[in-house]
Design a protein around this ligand. Sequence first.
Ligand code: HEM
Length: 389
Amino acid sequence: MISSPDAAKIVLVTKAHLFKPTYPPSKEKMIGPEAIFFHQGPYHSRLKKLVQASFLPSAIRGSVSEIEQIVLKFLPAWENTTLNTLQEMKRYAFDVAMISAFGHKQDKEINGIKQLYQCLEKGYNSMPLDLPGTPFNKAMKARKLLNETLRRLIKERRENEKQGGGGGLLGVLLGDKNQKVDQLSDSQIADNVIGVIFAAHDTTASVLTWLLKYLHDNGNLLEAVTREQEGVRREIIEANRRLMWDDTRHMPLTTRVIQETLRTASILSFTFREAVEDVEFEGYYIPKGWKVLPLFRTIHHCADFFPKPEKFDPSRFEVPPKPNTFMPFGNGVHSCPGSELAKLEMLVLLHHLTTKYRWQVVGDEDGIQYGPFPVPKKGLPVKVTPRNI
Ligand code: HEM
């Protein structure tokens, strides 16, 4: 277990080739063995470039209005009801992930894909017992059907190629031909589309849930963020919605609140690597095949780098953190290609929620549950009411 920033850098960046990512075989089967997470070397770099290309700020800025439409669809439905924050944030992040994966085009297969994905998700964290009727077995069946549906969609899109591969990550993966000889296969494309939806939605939803919790518990901060959001030059937002996120210089406090949420919650507490050969490491001997775990949470909660680490204090980000001490999106070749999209989702939601609504936590249950990411108990039940201005 690695809890020093320099050692984490060696494992994740400088000597990344000696430490491959590893996941339990059941997870690999369920997501799809050809998904980006499970690979190293040239296949990984090729995929990484493609995934990164679809989530660069320049690529996702075109989705801001659509993300905003999703938020504006959810908010009125939340009004004056008690909701399970985590569940609602999952619905939000899932809708955004679907647009990112498939683009704006409403293919006829999309609804089927949504339903099958939800079956898959239910069994994802269950015991990997592949016996009739177990959640794992049901999820594996859904995974098979998902594959078939995705293949039909891929076929349709390939046939309509002249009109472009369609949008989203799927369009980018279909468009990557490398002179036709080296086209990505249908299963490589399907595994990566499913993989990205998987990576994008629970993570973002868990962080969003913490964001609401911390702002609820820190009333002064909520008011300050609201003032900042009201002040985000409205005429610019109206004229050009993109700037709402492009120009984060105008929202330093909101940005710091997001950073502090990522640090405090550290929902990806650590990651798994495995030594691909015997490695000598700072006087330690790591035999081939042994797991190595860089502990993000431990580094994020170390008082040497973040004084009073348990305190939620966005002002600590007024100065940039020391190198390799803040890694909510990982580091090195396998670092998160979706970080900008995740931040954009948080900003868009925060803007509309803080300026128009208030929320009150229902019940007094403080505590954490793991699903498997740490989230507030019972998914943070809240009552949302219109804000009195
Ligand atoms: C707040 C939300 C998110 C957090 C905290 C997060 C965190 C991370 C971390 C720590 C890693 C590195 C894992 C490792 O080194 O083993 C990672 C990888 C990854 N993330 Fe995210 N992520 C988030 C949202 C997203 C979104 C929105 C997307 C989709 C666009 C995404 C796609 C991926 C992919 C594809 C990888 C694997 C990259 C590779 O293996 O090269 N993530 N994420």
